[in-house]
Design a protein around this ligand. Structure first.
Ligand SMILES: O=P(O)(O)OC[C@H]1O[C@H](O[C@H]2O[C@H](CO)[C@@H](O)[C@H](O)[C@H]2O)[C@H](O)[C@@H](O)[C@@H]1O
Ligand SMILES: [Mg+2]
Length: 273
């Protein structure tokens, strides 16, 4: 019998084995997808603005969203405005800024003043210190701040040391996430796991089995939440991860896998046509 999910390198005993036993019709009603964007759906680029969204991707996401009755969410560190810039044709359900900004059926996360104030106190310090470094890019997303060093990777260690130092007075409220050539400063009162938890309590996500697909350390909170809801996790890239049930080697492989999934959910109708 053909497995319900497209082929995937699976860890033995993964809950995905259970999903694989479902018929396509059941899978349509049981599955919810939580998808990271950068490094998962799209390839990394030199700057946040210069990424390319492959032509087929919006169509595949729309097809999956329709076939899952809306149970598809993008879960990203980017801002909501930036997600809409990348996907202008469709307003997807989104957990943006690592959960600091939400669009969809779940309630907005509360903007707790203590956390907002801590970030506001840090801004001027960052703006004073960072311009003296070459090759850094400050991406202020409002509820979180990314400091990119892709153009000058040699600064990583020193930059982290300085960020830890200037964040020390705010460490109860703010945390430093390490992404791909980026340090992200965000309030501690939300993460990607909260996006999964919030959406899994409301229709059309409630009662479904989540699959969280991500490529980065910053996705691990979302992966853990997916598992806690009886779901599974897929890690994209070459890193082995104990939280991952399955692995896909690259964003291109993720796109192909999702396209195949859309086809299977529709009993063989080509999703990307
Ligand atoms: O949670 P994600 O959807 O994976 O977003 C994580 C961060 O992605 C972006 O930065 C990363 O991608 C850039 C474009 O490829 C790359 O230049 C940068 O080095 C990466 O760190 C985005 O700019 C951040 O806001 C997201 O948090
Ligand atoms: Mg990512």
């Amino acid at each position: 019998m053909q497995q319900a999910l497209p082929p995937l390198e699976l860890q033995p005993g993964s809950p995905a084995v259970r999903l694989n036993r479902l018929e396509p019709g059941d899978l349509r009603q049981r599955l919810a997808l939580f998808l990271d964007i950068d490094g998962t759906l799209i390839d990394l680029a030199r700057t946040p603005q210069s990424v390319q969204v492959p032509e087929m991707l919006p169509g595949v996401l729309c097809a999956l969203e329709a076939r899952l009755d809306g149970a598809l969410a993008l879960v990203t560190g980017r801002s909501l405005a930036d997600v809409d810039r990348l996907f202008p044709a469709r307003r997807f359900v989104v957990g943006a800024q690592h959960g600091g900004e939400m669009r969809g059926p779940a309630r907005q996360p509360r903007q707790e003043m203590a956390f907002v104030a801590a970030l506001n106190r840090l801004r001027p310090r960052l703006e004073t210190i960072l311009p003296s470094w070459s090759g850094l890019l400050l991406e202020d997303k409002g509820r979180s701040i990314a400091i990119h060093y892709r153009e000058n990777p040699s600064v990583a260690f020193e930059l982290k040391t300085i960020l830890n130092r200037i964040m020390a007075p705010e460490i109860g409220a703010l945390e430093l996430l390490e992404g791909k050539c980026v340090f992200e400063i965000k309030p501690r009162n939300f993460d990607k796991g909260d996006v999964v938890r919030a959406l899994m309590t409301v229709a059309p996500f409630k009662g479904r089995i989540p699959i969280f697909i991500g490529d980065d350390e910053t996705d691990r909170a979302g992966m853990a939440a997916s598992r806690a809801h009886g779901g599974c996790t897929i890690r994209v890239g070459d890193k082995r991860d104990l939280l991952a049930d399955g692995f896909l080697p690259s964003p291109a492989a993720t796109r192909a896998w999702l396209r195949e999934l859309a086809i299977r959910l529709d009993h063989g109708v080509d999703a990307a046509q």
